[in-house]
Design a protein around this ligand. Structure first.
Ligand SMILES: *Cc1c(COP(=O)(O)O)cnc(C)c1O
Length: 408
C-alpha cells in the first residue's frame, strides 16, 4: 500500500476549497445531515436544540427543515411547527405526547381510519381510553366529555363520508370544559378555513393543535410522505416537541425540499381541483345510479350549512373546498357492479392518498367503518373520488363510460 491513498482520501474529505457562501436562487438549498459540526467544545456546550437559534444534530433540524416548518406554520395560521415522516405520524405524535394512562380521548366517528386504529391499539395498551362521538351532533360530544377527557380529535369534514361538523360549536364547548382540541387539517390544508381563527376575528376561537398530512396537498405529487403538527401556543408546542424528540422523529432533507418546491403552487392546485371536483360532483348527482353526493359545498350534503359558515368569505363568496368527494351508489347495485365501475375507469386510478396530479377512486364499506348510526347517509355503496389535475371534461367522459359499463 502506498502513502498516496490515505493522503488522497483525507484530501477529498478535508478539502481546502470552500465555495462562496452567498449563492442565491429561487429554491431554498437542501441541507442533509446527521452530524452537525461545532466550531469548538464550548460552542457544542452552548448550543440549544430547543429553539431555532442554531443547529445541534440532523434530527433536531437543518436550514431546510426550519424553513419548511416556518412556511407551514404560516400556511395554517399557527406559530410553531414540527415535521414528522407521515400524516399518521403527526396524529400518533400528538396523541402520544398529550395523553397518559387513565386519560380519555374522544374521536369523531368519521375520523381518518388509522387514527381510530391507534386509539384501539397502542393507546388502549397504554391504558388510555377512547370514545367515538357523533360528529354531526354537538350535544353528543358535550355529553361524552368527562373529567378524564384530555384530548378531542376533530375533522372537518370527516373522512370518506365528508360530513362537515359544526366545528365552531365543537371547539367552543371543548374550550368551556378546558379540553385540548386537535384538528386533522388535511382537507382544509390552511386554505379552506383558518383553524386557529375560526371566527375570523383575529383568533378569539381556534383549535389548539393541527395535524396535517403534507403527503396530500402540500406535496402535491403523490410521491412524498410527510406530516406536520402546528400550534399557536409555545408551552403546548414544547410538550409535543419533547415527545417528538424522544421518539426520534425527523424527515429527510430531500423530502423537505420536495414539499418546499410544491408549496408555492398549493393555492393554485387546491382551487383548480376544487373547481373541477364540484363540476364532476354535480354531474354525478344527475346520474341515475347515484343516490347521494357527499360534497360539503353542494346543497343538501351533510353539513353544507356548517361548511358555508366556515369556508365562505368576501374573498371567496362561492366558498373553498378540497377536490375530494364521495357518492353513494344505489343499493340495488351490489358490490360487484361497483367494483366493475371502479375497474372500468381509465383516467381515475384505484389508490389511496390524494392531492396529486392523478385522479383517484376508491370504494368503501361504510357499515364496517362506523360505530354511531349514519342517518344522513343514504343506503348504498360509498365511492370516493379525489380529483387530480386532468381536464375536467376528460374525467367526466371517463366517468360516463364506466357508469354505462357497470350500471347500464
Ligand atoms: C392521508 C391522511 C392522513 C395520513 O397521512 P399519511 O401521510 O398517509 O400517513 C391523515 N389524515 C387524513 C384526513 C388523511 O387524508
Amino acid at each position: 500500500m502506498t502513502q498516496a491513498d490515505p493522503k488522497l482520501s483525507t484530501h477529498l474529505i478535508h478539502h481546502p476549497y470552500q465555495a462562496p457562501q452567498d449563492f442565491s436562487g429561487p429554491q431554498p438549498p437542501v441541507h442533509k445531515a446527521s452530524t452537525v459540526f461545532f466550531e469548538n467544545v464550548q460552542a457544542m456546550r452552548e448550543r440549544r436544540w430547543l429553539d431555532k437559534s442554531s443547529y445541534t444534530y440532523g434530527l433536531h433540524g437543518t436550514p431546510t427543515t426550519y424553513t419548511l416548518e416556518e412556511r407551514l406554520a404560516t400556511l395554517e395560521g399557527g406559530l410553531q411547527c414540527l415535521l414528522v415522516p407521515s400524516g399518521l405520524a403527526a396524529i400518533a405524535t400528538v396523541s402520544l405526547a398529550l395523553l397518559k394512562t387513565s386519560d380519555e380521548v374522544l374521536l369523531p366517528d368519521n375520523a381518518y381510519g388509522p387514527n381510530k386504529s391507534l386509539a384501539e391499539g397502542e393507546l388502549a395498551h397504554y391504558g388510555i381510553r377512547h370514545q367515538y362521538y357523533d360528529p354531526m351532533n354537538a350535544a353528543d360530544l358535550a355529553a361524552k366529555i368527562t373529567p378524564a377527557t384530555a384530548l378531542v380529535w376533530l375533522e372537518a369534514p370527516g373522512s370518506v363520508t365528508m360530513e362537515f361538523p359544526d366545528l365552531i360549536e365543537q371547539v367552543r364547548l371543548c374550550r368551556e370544559r378546558g379540553v385540548t382540541t386537535v384538528l386533522d387539517n388535511t382537507w382544509g390544508a390552511g386554505l379552506a378555513f383558518k383553524p386557529f381563527d375560526l371566527l375570523a376575528d383575529g383568533g378569539s376561537l381556534g383549535v389548539d393543535v393541527t395535524a396535517h398530512a403534507l403527503t396530500k396537498y402540500p406535496s402535491g405529487g403523490g410521491d412524498v410522505l410527510m406530516g406536520s403538527i402546528v400550534t399557536r401556543n409555545q408551552p403546548l408546542h414544547m410538550r409535543i416537541k419533547l415527545a417528538h424528540m424522544r421518539m426520534g422523529l425527523g424527515v429527510s432533507g430531500n423530502d423537505a425540499e420536495a414539499v418546499l418546491r410544491s408549496l408555492p403552487s398549493i393555492g393554485l392546485r387546491y382551487h383548480a381541483q376544487d373547481h373541477a371536483a364540484r363540476q364532476l360532483a354535480q354531474w354525478l348527482g344527475r346520474q341515475t345510479a347515484v343516490v347521494q353526493v357527499l360534497h360539503s359545498a353542494l346543497e343538501g350534503a351533510p353539513g353544507h350549512a356548517q361548511w358555508k359558515q366556515l369556508c365562505t368569505s368576501a374573498q371567496h363568496p362561492q366558498g373553498v373546498a378540497a377536490g375530494l368527494f364521495s357518492v353513494v351508489i344505489d343499493a340495488r347495485f351490489g358490490q360487484e357492479a361497483v367494483d366493475l365501475f371502479c375497474d372500468s375507469l381509465r383516467l381515475f386510478r384505484i389508490g389511496y392518498s390524494w392531492g396529486g396530479p392523478v385522479s383517484l377512486v376508491m370504494p368503501y364499506e361504510l357499515p364496517s367503518m362506523r360505530h354511531c348510526a349514519t342517518p344522513q347517509i343514504e343506503l348504498g355503496t360509498v365511492v370516493r373520488f379525489a380529483i387530480g389535475l386532468e381536464d375536467a371534461g376528460d374525467l367526466q367522459a371517463d366517468l360516463a363510460q364506466a357508469l354505462h359499463i357497470a350500471f347500464g
